[in-house]
Each structure stands twice: as structure tokens, then as C-alpha cells.
Design a protein around this ligand. Sequence first.
Ligand code: T5A
Length: 212
Amino acid sequence: MTIRTAKGRFISLEGGEGAGKSTQLRALATALRARGLEVVETREPGGSEGAEAIRTLLLTGGADRWSPRAEALLFAAARADHVEKTIRPALDRGAWILSDRFLDSSRAYQGMGDLTDADILALHRIGSGGFLPDRTLFLTLPETEATARTRSRDGDAADRIGGRDRAFHLAVADAFTRFAQTEPERVRAIDASGDADTVTERLLLALQDLLP
Ligand code: T5A
């Protein structure tokens, strides 16, 4: 007799502000639960008690509250706690973990200024043993549409990092696009325009080969 053991999967959703990551994470979780899978919904920065405390430090306060190096270290520290306390235990029991952002956000937001991509990957090796998602879904949306979505939700309010200028956010989008080009097996660029249900179908298609 063959004994089937559940295989956990770790999926991250990435993209710029307002691309629809949180909306799609909830929809994907519902779709995967309907297939009988245990699903853990989590986010970064955050996802564990310690990392949520670090989230507040990172996303509030003045633009220059942290130096670029201190900021990158705080993200790496939050991620180390998130991986150890939330993600690995859930994976070990065979759950699917959906994370709203993960390492690629640090590579895109912190790894193209004072620090390089290699620096961010080195911090991740130290903090989290280089642990990577099984798949990363990068939601792409023209900047004008993403801005319209966040404006209709938040008005002009933005957090400490989201409030950075347009050039910064365009560079972030370019970085995510590069990751999808250089790591096509792990990172899939998904069109996030159109209605939410259509986007969810595209995401499920990009996970099809991992589904039991
Ligand atoms: N960060 C994070 C780093 O710099 N380094 C790191 O390592 C990490 C992990 C986190 C900030 O931290 C930075 C990046 C960020 O600046 P956050 O509060 O978690 O910030 O917020 P974001 O991740 O930026 O997410 P947002 O909430 O802004 O956007 P989402 O989650 O992409 O979008 P969502 O789902 O909330 O949707 C936005 C609006 O659009 C609507 C929704 O209802 C909502 O009102 N919407 C749609 N409207 C029309 N059609 C659709 N298909 C829609 N889908 C959603």
C-alpha cells in the first residue's frame, strides 16, 4: 500500500503597490482550500509575532528613520523570524503557505541602491539559510492602473516605503521583471489587469504543475 504524505508548498506573491497581491492572496487561499489543502495566509514584513513588531518599525515614521543598510537588515531579521516561526513549521506539516511579499521584495526595494542584489542574497543566506519559495507570482499592472487602485482605497496616504517617488517604484517594477526573466522556473510574471476572478484564474494556471 502506498502512503501519500501531503507535500507543503511555499508560494510568494510579489509586485508593486496596488497590484492586487492581498486581494489575490485571499482568493487563491479560498480556491486552494476548496481543493482540500491546508492553507496558511501570511505577509511580509510580518507573519510572526516578532516580525509584525519589526513591520511597525519599518513602515512608520519619517522617510529617513532608517539608513538603507539598517532597513535591509531589519527586513532580513523579520524574514528570519517569519521563516523559522511560521513558514517552516507549516511546510513541515504539509500546508500550502501563501505569503504577500517575501525575499524578492527586499531584492527589488533594498537591493538596487546602497546595497546590491548580492548583498541582499547574502543577508538572506545568513538570516534564513537562503530559503526560497517553490513559486513566486509577480503581479504586473501598468503604473497608472496601480495608482488608481491605491488612490481609490487610500487617497494620498502611503506608508514610509510606498510613499517614495515614481522613479523608485519604476525601478522596483524593472527589478521584478528581471527576476522573472532570469529565474523563469520560480518567478512567473502574471498580468494583474482585468477583474479579480480572471486574475485568480491566471494565478491558478501558474500553479497547476505544483498542485496535487
Ligand atoms: N517592502 C516589503 C520592502 O521594501 N522590502 C521588503 O522586503 C518587503 C517584504 C509593504 C511595504 O514594504 C515594502 C514594500 C511596501 O512598500 P504593505 O502595506 O504590505 O507594504 O503593502 P503592499 O504590499 O504595497 O500592498 P498594497 O496593499 O498597497 O497593494 P496590494 O496588496 O498589491 O493590492 P490590494 O489587493 O490591496 O488591492 C489594492 C486595491 O485595488 C483593489 C482592491 O480592492 C484594493 O482597493 N483591487 C482591484 N480593483 C480592480 N480590479 C482588480 N482586479 C483589483 N484587485 C484589487
